[in-house]
Design a protein around this ligand. Structure first.
Ligand code: GAR
Length: 271
């Protein structure tokens, strides 16, 4: 029998995915227990959902942290172990080709790391095997990711995204899918890497967009899929059936590249 893993969750809003995960844990469909719920938004409705189940909650007011940083950078509480050059060289959120002002990139990464250090401080009290982002609408920088992913090649931060990645990363997956005129929509669960919604894919669900669908009905159908997909992926993790492997390939232009992908091991072949 698979033993229960300890799960931490980060949310920003309603927390319907969080609720689905808590319910799946409680009925045994996920071999896990939600140990804490953190939020970047003190008013996130999902925090109340957690409290109703007796789960510890905390929030770090990202908005206030970021405002304080931009108002007075000289006195910002930058973590002592934050190395801007290191974080800038690892992240793939901004590329040189984007021609984003380097000072803006530095300010973005530094302000987020200040908030992330506060999240990490809250999380220390709650050991966990897996961290799930359940509608967490903030970009995590390598500062945070490296302090959670402490074992090489064993990622342990999962995210759910409301689109069929690698199409439509960003903040409005269903909206972007619908407005583009796609005939199929879907959702993706993936591990977090240093880019925007670019990490190794664990699971996906797709559904057709019908003639009379609206953005609202697409969102509703999508969320219903998310509530099934996310617990399934978490259970695979709990069973030790998610293995990341590096795959070499040649792009169309002949460039050699490497991609980390997830192999789902058959039952009985757990790592
Ligand atoms: C979900 O649709 C989730 O896929 C999306 O936010 C919604 C949260 O709903 N996440 C993202 O867009 C992450 N970039 P919920 O709070 O009811 O679970």
């Amino acid at each position: 029998m698979t033993s229960k893993i300890r799960i931490g969750a980060l949310i920003s809003g309603t927390g319907s995915n969080l609720q689905a995960i808590i319910d799946a844990c409680e009925k045994g469909a996920v071999a896990g227990r939600v140990e804490f719920i953190g939020s970047d938004n003190p008013n996130a409705a999902g925090l109340e959902k957690g409290k109703r189940h007796g789960i510890s909650t905390f929030s770090v007011d990202y908005g206030a942290v970021i405002r304080a940083y931009y108002n007075d950078r000289a006195h910002a509480a930058v973590p002592a172990d934050f190395d801007l050059d290191e974080i800038r060289s690892k992240q793939t959120l901004f590329s040189v080709d984007d021609e984003v002002d380097p000072d803006k990139v530095a300010a973005f990464l530094t302000s987020r790391a200040i908030a992330e250090a506060r999240l990490l401080k809250e999380m220390i009290a709650h050991p966990f095997e897996l961290l799930v982002l359940a509608g967490f609408m903030r970009t995590l920088t390598p500062y945070f990711i490296d302090r959670v992913n402490t074992t090489k090649d064993e990622p342990r931060i999962m995210n759910i995204h409301p689109a069929l990645l690698p199409s439509f990363p960003g903040i409005d997956g269903y909206g972007d899918t619908f407005r583009y005129g796609c005939k199929v929509a879907g959702c993706t669960v993936h591990f977090i890497d240093y880019g925007e919604d670019s990490g190794p894919i664990i699971g996906q669900r797709a559904f057709p967009i019908q003639f009379d669908d609206t953005l609202e009905t697409v969102r509703e159908k999508g969320l219903a899929q998310e509530w099934e997909l996310y617990p399934e992926c978490i259970h695979l993790f709990a069973q030790g059936r998610l293995k990341t492997v590096k795959v070499d390939y040649e792009s169309r232009g002949g460039m050699k590249a490497e991609r980390t992908v997830v192999r789902i091991l058959p039952p009985g072949k757990e790592s």
